[in-house]
Ligand binder design. Sequence first.
Ligand SMILES: Nc1ncnc2c1ncn2[C@@H]1O[C@H](COP(=O)(O)OP(=O)(O)OP(=O)(O)O)[C@@H](O)[C@H]1O
Ligand SMILES: [Mg+2]
Length: 426
Amino acid sequence: MRMTGRLGEPLLATLPWSTPLEEWPEDLVVALPRGISRHIVRFVRIEGVVYAIKEIEESFATREYSLLFDLERRDVPCVEPVGVVLDRTDESGEPLPGALITRQLEFSLPYRALFSTSLRKETAERLIDALALLLVQLHLVGFSWNDCSLSNTLFRRDAGVFAAYLVDAETGELHPHLSDGQREYDLETAATNVAGELMDLQAGGRLQEGIDPIVTGVSLRNRYDALWQEITQPLVVSREDRYRMESRMRRLNDLGFDVAELQVDTQPDGEHITVAAKVVDVGHHTRRLMQLTGLDVEENQARRLLNDLDSYRMKLGLETDDEQIAAHRWVTDRFECVMAEVGPELRGKLEPAEIFHEVLEHRWFMSERAGASVPFGDAVSDYVETVLRAKPDEKSVLGAREGSASDDTATLRIVLPPESSQQGEP
Ligand SMILES: Nc1ncnc2c1ncn2[C@@H]1O[C@H](COP(=O)(O)OP(=O)(O)OP(=O)(O)O)[C@@H](O)[C@H]1O
Ligand SMILES: [Mg+2]
């Protein structure tokens, strides 16, 4: 027997690999809900961690492992690959199939375990929403699933909606980019599979009356198309209504996407802005903002600030490569400028990053009301006078942060980027 992968747990090697998975002792196996599958899947718990083991031909195990590994690296929601077991033999030396080990996705459920008696319309719709989003995320990184279905997905409850994770990557392929034809094929399969799964439920009396399996399959496509459009279609904006670009960024953020890149083409009818979106991992924005500006703030604040930095970079006419330069100017021209306008007497009201975030919010509301972009400076003055002044003083409630109460830049930790070798610092 041979094991490869990220085997952080040595006890995995002590599992009874010379026994077919189906015959593993009851006391070893953890009974958790599993989806419908051709292969045998069992869960085991080692040192408090639950692993899913799928018995599968060696070449498929290896392939699926590496696909999951690549998907995980691209921050797509999927089960975490742990390792592959090869060269298994039973007690009499006869060969056994290989095995794929993944980490059991905590709090996740196969779709059939999400409802007790029958699948209701609202639940079905939310499942479809989650699946459509997952497909978009996969297609953005160039992954064609080729067997997208409810059974090959795991669902987690997420503040009233579902988050979908890919569990079965066996049939998938990773390409640098997917053509429209490849996406089309994947969608076709997905719609057919989902319709089939719902028909099965229907045949077993487990689908609420009034849900049409075929129509639901088609609705997956529609939902997908709308999302894909939102994420990839260029947006034409004039200089006056640049705030519409922010609307799109916000919608993307709400969907769990980050704006990876903005590209602007100036045309006679306005600016054509193309947004490249990608899925992001937790803490990504905080780290990125810290790297660029030295500001150490919370994740959501960082996301907002980075969006503003990006808009500011475009306003300066700088390319993505010049992000570092743009970040420098943004800190002085924008961030510190706002703090100066706030002035020392109001600075105890809120943390600097939160003030800045609120200014952005304020400007957003003002622009929405006016139906046009409100100049940044106007929004700052209005915010300071109408909002900030009326707030209670948080610093006195929470106590001063390390540094001192008079330190204006308590949350500003400037890390100078290594711009040139003349600076002497490594
Ligand atoms: N890491 C995991 N966490 C939680 N559940 C898992 C995990 N891996 C597998 N499962 C469960 O096992 C089921 C079967 O897994 P999977 O779809 O990979 O098997 P399969 O035999 O390749 O399926 P198919 O019949 O589609 O080829 C899943 O639906 C899921 O319920
Ligand atoms: Mg499967």
